[in-house]
Ligand binder design. Sequence first.
Ligand SMILES: [Zn+2]
Length: 283
Amino acid sequence: MANLNITQDFIPQGRRNRPGRNNPMQWITVHETGNTSRGAGARNHARFVKGDDAARIPVSWHYTVDDTETFQHLPENETAFHAGDGPNGIGNSQSIGIEIAVNSDGNFERAVGRAIALVADICRRRNIPLVNVVQHNHFSPGNKNCPQNIRAGRPFSWAEFIRRVGRLLEGGTQSNPPAPSGGGITYTVRRGDTLSGIARSHGIALAALVAANPQISNPDLIIPGHVIVVPWVGAPTQSIDEIAREVILGRWGDGAERVRRLTAAGHNASVVQRRVNEILAGR
Ligand SMILES: [Zn+2]
């Protein structure tokens, strides 16, 4: 795990933006500060959130991450005001809020990478499932374009953000994604979950999720408490040619098993098979 370099600099007790209510820590809400001013990193936001303007609004959150530092503004087990869904909204009352700095003199991609490490650390410590790591927009749909850059694919998509958190949880590293033939994380089904919802939250196709869980006989019937596999999908680390050669070498099994594994790893099995046939035909 990366050195998170966290400085605790809490909003004083009794301030209007430190309500002190118990936070059950079921979710993580990811934001961007939206402040591109030079110097508007974690340290400056720590000063802001302790000040009168933030108390008056009131606004508060738990962490600000920039490209070198992380400041913690509140204990994780206290509620804050960052999700825009009211004092009793799930975002404000049940989530840990993380702001990623977008200051123009910082390295945003590095800040996002440090936020990913922090999110993974919190998920592990608080036993928060990956599916409950969400954008601010999740709690303020339709009116909040936050985290703005990530939502626009900068420096990469939200699905990739979640995948990288997952890789850290799995014990891998961001620079060494697991082999596409294997891997994934386990996810414990909660009441109200659907397979399509779980797939969407993890940024993968429903077909890939179904393929990775052959033990599920009826995809419309998943049972709270059951553990399913959420496969790694999408990181285009191997070309069709490379996959096809692996298939020929027998690394992906045969028949239906091969199709299942290829699909679970995010490949189009029929496209791969076509390339296999071409290679075997000498093309
Ligand atoms: Zn936000």
